[in-house]
Design a protein around this ligand. Structure first.
Ligand SMILES: [Zn+2]
Length: 198
């Protein structure tokens, strides 16, 4: 491959995998599934991809190939304060996502909203059985403008009942040339990739 064709940033490399573009395209055509599952090895950049997707969806410059990073929506997402996005993180003291958290998310989902609402669950494996049940109830009759995006290492990391409702996107390892190109920058956040290719 010619040098000028090589991706210059990690996200450009990700775009080459097609996952970001595929999901963005579903959104642009108003057919984004209610429940998306994004799986990939630890350190591969699932959260980076999810954050990029959210910015592409909400960027006020329109659904473009890249978010502007300047508008109110892009900045609110950077700060984690966008009103239409909720991140359901594991509780710091227990490491789990509790039924109470999932129920709170459920009531947020049913509140009237201005445009699409998206819940991002970065560690799907930490969902308790009770939390899964609460989410399943939302997915049985999802509000029209509500979506859930769950990140996990493997499809088996989340219960089958939840998996069976998901539209699943899997992130493979990037090609070796991409890994080599990005190893210096990826050293701290992508130890697995460095381990594989050095
Ligand atoms: Zn923007």
């Amino acid at each position: 491959m010619k040098t000028e064709n090589l991706p210059k940033t990690f996200l450009q490399a990700v775009r080459g995998w097609g996952v970001v573009d595929s999901i963005q395209s579903l959104y642009a055509h108003d057919v984004l599934p209610h429940f998306l599952l994004l799986t990939g090895s630890r350190g591969i950049g699932k959260r980076l991809i999810a954050d990029e997707l959210l910015q592409r969806m909400f960027c006020e410059s329109g659904v473009a190939a890249a978010p502007c990073k300047q508008c109110n929506a892009c900045r609110a997402l950077d700060k984690g304060i966008h009103p239409n996005v909720r991140v359901l993180d594991s509780e710091t003291d227990t490491g789990i996502i509790s039924v109470a958290q999932a129920r709170e998310l459920r009531s947020w989902a049913y509140r009237s909203s201005d445009g699409m609402r998206i819940a991002l669950i970065p560690n799907g494996k930490n969902l308790t059985a009770g939390a899964v049940n609460a989410l399943l109830k939302v997915l049985e009759e999802p509000p029209k403008h509500f979506r859930i995006m769950v990140l996990a290492e493997h499809p088996q990391s989340i219960p089958k009942t939840l998996y069976s409702r998901a539209v699943h996107f899997s992130l493979g390892l990037p090609p070796e040339f991409v890994s080599k190109r990005f190893i210096p920058a990826m050293h701290s956040v992508h130890p697995l990739i460095q381990e594989l290719y050095v």
